[in-house]
Design a protein around this ligand. Structure first.
Ligand SMILES: [Zn+2]
Length: 297
């Protein structure tokens, strides 16, 4: 496969991905509980500023601000008529910042629908597949380099997303799960099971994001590595678990601590892409990029 992603992966031992979007946009004025994705249309300059800050910090990869961009999720926000525009614009905003910086990659971000698939829940699989296809088509049209399906708990939902994406584009697909429940996902999926299932589906990049603590996420990725030595792995963990200080959510992991563990993700688990999830900031990514750059040489 000859893609921009492959070119970058062949040139570097590890690529740095960006950090949190939701928690950062809240700092920039997004009211908690409001849909961050809507800001692509209402506050495009703020979204570009966030992308720019991550590029300046050293991110090789930025995620589009479209985590909640499926029709299923946007419908609950009253935004069903803006699905295409939110995703298309989200991709275009990230693409234009990536182009400013030259060779940065854009991953089109696809999060869970927030509804449980039948038979556990009531969402028919075909409806989910169509929603993922619709989102992936708009992201592809907006110029992303790959699609990232993230914060997954249910392997069946990952399967639906992959099927939907493949029905509209041949771009590379990455899938990361959140191992936040005693080393498993909320659905009880083990890392070993996830990596095997996703490799069988020919997913290009597999890994873990969000989760509970950094060391638990490292543990999950090490388990993936143990059963899949050939897999291209990535990690985008939280900056730890949040606690409240003066009624504000505070993530305890410092940029330095995140950079230290990023080195272990690369040297021990062989991840090829490392970034941050909830609570991580451009300062975290700057420290991570510096630590990982020193590994390249
Ligand atoms: Zn997260």
């Amino acid at each position: 496969m000859n893609t921009a992603l492959n070119t970058q992966l062949s040139q570097k031992r590890v690529l740095v991905a960006d950090g949190a979007a939701g928690t950062m946009l809240q700092q920039m004025g997004l009211a908690p509980g409001n849909a961050p994705d809507a800001w692509n249309l209402t506050h495009p300059d703020a979204v570009k500023t966030l992308h720019r800050r991550y590029c300046e910090a050293g991110a090789d990869i930025i995620y589009t601000n479209t985590f909640g961009g499926t029709r299923i999720r946007l419908s609950r926000e009253g935004l069903a008529d803006q699905v295409r525009q939110i995703n298309l614009t989200g991709a275009q905003l990230a693409r234009s910042v990536a182009t400013e910086f030259g060779d940065r990659l854009v991953f089109g971000d696809i999060g869970p629908t927030g509804a449980l698939l039948a038979p556990v829940g009531t969402l028919p699989t075909e409806v989910a597949i169509d929603a993922f296809a619709e989102q992936a088509a708009a992201l592809t049209e907006g110029g992303v380099d790959a699609l990232i399906v993230e914060t997954i708990s249910d392997l069946e939902e990952a399967r639906a997303a992959i099927e939907g994406i493949r029905s509209v584009t041949n771009l590379p697909i990455a899938v990361t799960l959140s191992f936040d429940t005693k080393g498993r996902t909320m659905f009880g999926v083990k890392p070993e099971q996830a990596v095997k299932a996703l490799l069988a589906l020919d997913v290009t990049i597999i890994g873990a994001n969000c989760g509970r603590t950094l060391s638990e996420t490292l543990e999950a990725v090490l388990k993936m590595r143990a059963v899949a030595p050939e897999a291209l792995l990535m990690a985008k963990p939280n900056a730890g678990l949040p606690h409240t200080e003066n009624s504000a959510l505070v993530y305890a992991v410092t940029p330095e601590a995140m950079a230290d563990i990023a080195v272990r993700f690369v040297t021990k688990a062989g991840v090829r892409i490392f970034g941050g999830c909830c609570g991580s900031t451009p300062e975290h990514i700057r420290a991570v990029a510096a630590a990982l750059r020193s590994l390249q040489r």
